[in-house]
Design a protein around this ligand. Structure first.
Ligand code: PMP
Length: 370
């Protein structure tokens, strides 16, 4: 059997939420949450007030983003918000589609999401390091980065001053990396999928400085889906509430808080993976500096949601090599990078992760002729 998850389905957190099942229970009666509307006076008129409040409180507790005086736009996952942001930054359209770039290795879905409708407004232009045209562009900055976990800044070196930026901060949470400052960019996207692990609710949000951009993003969501599920918004608000309340509770019960749990889990998984990788000698992994985390009040390494494995020696295709050893991964080429790299999820269920490590160890056996 193959280990099926080259997507990063965040099931690792299921064991935590199982303990919190009752606290997170939501009940929606037959007559509740029926309307398309939430608050027609708000720029994002389909954003439930309780979700807006919960998002702001969560960011204030974690300290990872500035929310005061900012607009929140909710989306069906941050996937929809990515497209909404491209639309907002490129309308009204000019004679040519605007180039969209991201430093390689970049999240493999950006390319697909940018080009699948062959928009006249924007087009995928690949690696931001290679972009040298003196014309308007949009740079997506993913930090920490998917697939390699690096902390990033914009890289396009243009004198045209016509660059716009979308910050994808899906992994800027304390279980993955040190929170070193409250991010304060023009458009910042976060997702329920990677913050708490509730990918199935399909809730994402963007924190937007400019009202006109927030309005255009809202328009895009109106045209594509007339808003975002109220049921999901309610569930997301409830679960976020359970998290931030746990940090305000002085008489804390014996249950570990979510981000401490996540941080401990990721640190353990990375340590086990590094051990196996060191034992079999086939691969190398990125190294991350220790940084002071303002949230934890301590120094920490990064423990990314994906392992960016590089195959050593003369094997040229890491994905193929892993597949021969019954491990599914996503090869470097998909991320605009070298096929000697492949991405493996660190967020799978415990049994899948355990199997992954065991299969990596078996590779050692094959090499030694056991
Ligand atoms: N951005 C990045 C960097 C991601 O890794 C993902 C999920 N893999 C997304 C956006 C999309 O997340 P969602 O649509 O589930 O919110």
């Amino acid at each position: 059997m193959f280990l099926f998850d080259d997507r990063g389905d965040p099931m690792a957190y299921e064991q935590y939420w199982k303990k919190m099942d009752d606290k997170c229970k939501v009940v929606i009666t037959g007559s509740q949450l029926m309307s398309y509307l939430s608050d027609p006076r708000k720029v994002c008129w389909f954003l439930e007030a309780e979700l807006e409040e919960a998002i702001k409180k969560l960011h204030r507790v974690v300290g990872n983003a500035v929310v005061d005086g900012r607009h929140i736009v909710v989306g069906t996952g941050s996937t929809q918000l990515y497209q909404a942001a491209l639309y907002a930054l490129t309308t009204p359209g000019g004679p040519q589609p605007i180039s969209v770039v991201c430093a390689a290795p970049y999240y493999s879905q950006y390319e697909q999401e940018t080009d699948y409708l062959r928009s006249g407004l924007y087009k995928w232009a690949g690696d931001a390091y290679a972009f040298d045209k003196e014309e308007p562009y949009i740079e997506v900055v993913t930090s920490p980065n998917n697939p390699d976990g690096s902390i990033r800044k914009a890289v396009v070196n243009s004198t045209s001053n016509e660059g716009k930026h979308i910050y994808d901060l899906a992994y800027y949470w304390p279980q993955y990396t040190a929170i070193t400052a409250a991010a304060d960019y023009d458009i910042m996207s976060f997702t329920f999928s990677k913050s708490t692990g509730h990918a199935g609710s399909r809730i994402g949000w963007s924190i937007v400085k400019d009202e006109e951009i927030a309005r255009k993003m809202t328009n895009f969501i109106e045209y594509s889906s007339i808003g975002v599920s109220k049921d999901s918004q309610h569930r997301a608000a409830t679960i976020m509430g359970v998290i931030y309340n746990s940090y305000q509770d002085i008489k804390s019960d014996s249950t570990e808080n979510f981000f401490e749990f996540g941080h401990r889990l990721m640190a353990e998984r990375w340590s086990r993976l590094r051990e196996v990788v060191a034992m079999n000698g086939f691969f190398s992994l990125p190294k991350f500096p220790r940084e002071f985390c303002l949230f934890n009040g301590d120094y920490t390494e990064s423990y990314p949601a994906f392992a960016w494995l590089k195959i050593n020696g003369d094997i040229e295709d890491c994905e193929k090599f892993l597949k021969e050893n019954k491990i599914l991964s996503r090869g470097g080429k998909r991320f605009g990078s070298d096929p000697r790299f492949a991405r493996v999820s660190m967020l799978s269920r415990e049994d899948v992760f355990e199997n992954f490590l065991n299969r990596l160890l078996t590779i050692k056996g094959i090499r030694n002729g056991h």
